[in-house]
Design a protein around this ligand. Structure first.
Ligand SMILES: O=C(O)CCC(=O)C(=O)O
Length: 288
């Protein structure tokens, strides 16, 4: 199976190009993962996510965070903070509209998948682009759109993103995250999944610019999507976390050096989802 071949090469060589190839060939439904949550779990409060001291449906220890909004999940080589509804619905709706606002287009009705040249549209706030990779002489578009904001350029999967200047809303989110993370971030990668066919394949955020034990804070708006994690060395050690409208997930400790994550295709989903991963490039030479 093509996925496995690329998978192993990716693990062995940590080759950015190979990871980008996976994006194209992997149809991203990992059938070794059951859809554990299936949309049925009551996660209106973090208490519902813990059963006998374990994160729901897993053997991983979990407890309620001091903020009462999220849970802390202890996994081998790392820990996670997960707040399914960190931001309220009204604020989340506003931010979702902000990210997709585009002159002359109602983003809730627009058929984004049929849109040929995203760079020619006038998005009001975010400079969305669709990156591509070249493979065997052919150019392929990545299955999502992205934008990079911060102070420095960032290279991943062989693609270099040049930074846009922070906007007031992105800075506000950065301030909010500092309540949980006890630090501000110097960069943020935005990913726009136009519908359930857009996805991101297995990878770790372990580029050398991110340094040792990078802290990554992820915020999601729009359609809920499955977020999957697995130990790089032992794929049957795994975890699924549903990322809802207004959720926050923080990945900490050695997680990026030992785990991989992905957002698989969910082709029944027709709505967009925006994800923002806040990162620090300036800490690259510091241990946490
Ligand atoms: O969309 C997500 O939740 C994950 C994004 C991601 O994995 C990344 O930007 O590296």
């Amino acid at each position: 199976m093509v996925l496995r071949v690329f998978d192993e090469r990716c693990l062995d060589k940590k080759c950015g190009k190979v990871r980008a190839c996976m994006d194209l060939f992997d149809d991203s439904f990992d059938d070794s993962f059951d859809d554990i949550f299936g949309g049925s779990v009551d996660d209106s409060s973090p208490e519902h996510l813990i059963m006998n001291g374990k994160f729901l449906h897993t053997d991983f220890d979990a407890h309620i965070h001091d903020d009462g909004k999220g849970v802390v999940i202890q996994v081998p080589y790392g820990r996670l903070y997960y707040a399914p509804h960190y931001f309220g619905k009204e604020r989340s709706d506003e931010l979702f509209d902000y990210f997709l606002a585009c002159d002359h287009i109602d983003h809730t009705q627009h058929e984004w998948r049929g849109e040929q040249s995203i760079d020619k549209l006038s998005f009001k706030h975010i400079k969305w682009r669709q990156d591509s990779i070249k493979m065997y002489g052919k150019t392929h578009l990545l299955p999502r759109l992205s934008a990079w904001y911060g102070d420095r350029p960032y290279t991943y999967s062989g693609i270099t993103l040049y930074p846009n200047a922070w906007t007031a809303e992105l800075s506000w989110l950065n301030d909010e995250l500092s309540k949980v993370c006890k630090r501000r971030f110097d960069s943020v990668l935005l990913n726009w999944y136009r519908d359930g066919a857009d996805h991101i394949s297995w990878h770790s955020d372990d580029e050398k610019e991110l340094g040792t034990n990078p802290l990554i804070a992820s915020v999601s708006f729009g359609a809920s999507r499955r977020f999957l994690l697995r130990l790089a060395r032992q794929h049957d050690v795994k975890l699924e976390i549903p990322l809802h409208h207004g959720s926050v997930l923080v990945m900490a400790g050695q997680l990026q050096h030992h785990w991989q994550h992905s957002v698989p295709k969910q082709t029944k989903i027709k709505q967009s989802r925006i994800n923002l991963t806040f990162r620090n490039l300036a800490f690259a030479n510091t241990k946490h």
